[in-house]
Ligand binder design. Sequence first.
Ligand code: 13P
Length: 247
Amino acid sequence: MRKKILAANWKMNLTQPEVKAWLHTYQTLDWSALNASLRVYPSAIYLQDIQRAGLHCGAQNVYFEASGAYTGELSIEQLQSVGVQSVLIGHSERRLLFKEDDTLVAQKVSACARAAFPFILCCGEAQDIREAGTHLANVLAQLSENLRLLSSADLHLLVVAYEPIWAIGSGLSADLDQITEMQQAIRNHLVELFGSAGHQVPILYGGSVNAANAEAIFSCPNVDGALVGGASLDPLVFHQLWKALQA
Ligand code: 13P
């Protein structure tokens, strides 16, 4: 059975006092669960605060080179040396705002595989692609490109997050039919690319997941959890999503 995952992507939010307050409230709540794991992807300066609180701490980004003259970047080895457990790769904000292309994303995937470092690969289509009706082909092509350097032996490192760009931060999540269609297509594609091991890869949904829609989204086939932005910034709301995941 695939493990469920609820992951908070804090993006460029929260000051250190706010992180401390988040963790303080977190410690007062019951996060016990069967077969589910909680992850937090904070700004890099807070990674160790998350780790010291006993949470799975993940980085929002990584560079594929091991070390050297890459001002402002972090390597996998550096992340591992402070106890970081995984990384987000290919978030649409990195692709769109910071011009990360499929080649760079594939290099990051390959670096994670070499270092046996778990990663969440984000994929998703823009509004115009959805309107043109080519969303399935678009997302599956992203996956083929981004995963072309990953072998089946390293598939256990992979989690996929489907995040339609038009649903991110918009308050308008994809509807259940749209989610079901895409998650199934991604599952089939993973099996095409990697054989039956593709059934073991968790596939998350992301894009305006909130306390009101989480339970319905988690009931869709092939939704193994969520990657959550805005609704993860308040630990009380995030806890409601955690409860919805167990329902
Ligand atoms: P929101 O939950 O704020 O829509 O963000 C989703 C996202 O981009 C998570 O990576």
